[in-house]
Design a protein around this ligand. Structure first.
Ligand code: S3P
Length: 182
């Protein structure tokens, strides 16, 4: 390992910061979280996956069977639990950060919140191509309305990164580390 890489790695490893990724559905939060956890050699958790493991049901099933309001309660309960874990990287579901109660809970932990933003068409394309059902984004018109309504909440994050086609998600994760951790 070269000297500059070694000092880079040392600074990062000694940094105890925890990162929470937020942003609209389909922006790529889980992928960036995976790269961050690889680069930082630390544990990452995905709130949706955590909920599914605890509830033993897919997110779409919870929303379709119990309704969105109940899903949000379950999401908040699991957010509290996930924040008590040792995971240094946490990827939220796209709606979690938009609720005031969740922002308050996160604020109390001192985690650094990073908003991944991209244009709506990028998100919509990923939503359409994904195998995961997203009952909250049933059609393009509704999803776009939600996308616009949520910007004001995402803006409240500590950091803001724009997902651009010329910067792949691995490069983006490296950029986040360099700016947030160093
Ligand atoms: C939601 C986003 C989803 C999931 C649920 C609700 C939302 O997560 O939590 O379907 O309200 O934006 P992703 O952002 O990972 O798709």
């Amino acid at each position: 390992m070269c000297i500059s890489c070694a000092s880079w790695a040392k600074k990062i490893m000694n940094n105890e910061k925890r990162i929470i990724l937020t942003g609209f559905m389909g922006v790529g939060k889980s992928t960036v979280a995976r790269h961050l956890s690889y680069l930082l050699r630390c544990e990452k958790l995905d709130l949706d996956a955590f909920i599914e493991a605890n509830e033993k049901r897919a997110i779409a099933k919870i929303i379709n069977e119990d309704g969105e309001a109940r899903f949000r309660e379950i999401e908040t309960e699991n957010l509290r639990k996930i924040l008590q874990s040792d995971a240094r990287i946490i990827a939220l579901g796209g709606g979690a950060w938009t609720l005031e109660e969740n922002r308050k809970i996160i604020g109390e932990t001192g985690c650094t919140v990073v908003w991944l933003e991209s244009d709506f068409n990028h998100c919509w394309q990923n939503i359409r191509l994904s195998k995961r059902e997203r009952p909250i984004a049933k059609n393009k018109r509704h999803a776009q309305k939600l996308f616009e309504e949520r910007r004001k909440y995402y803006c409240l994050a500590d950091w803001h990164y724009i997902v651009r086609p010329e910067l792949n998600s691995f490069e983006l994760a490296k950029k986040i580390i360099e700016e947030v951790f160093l």
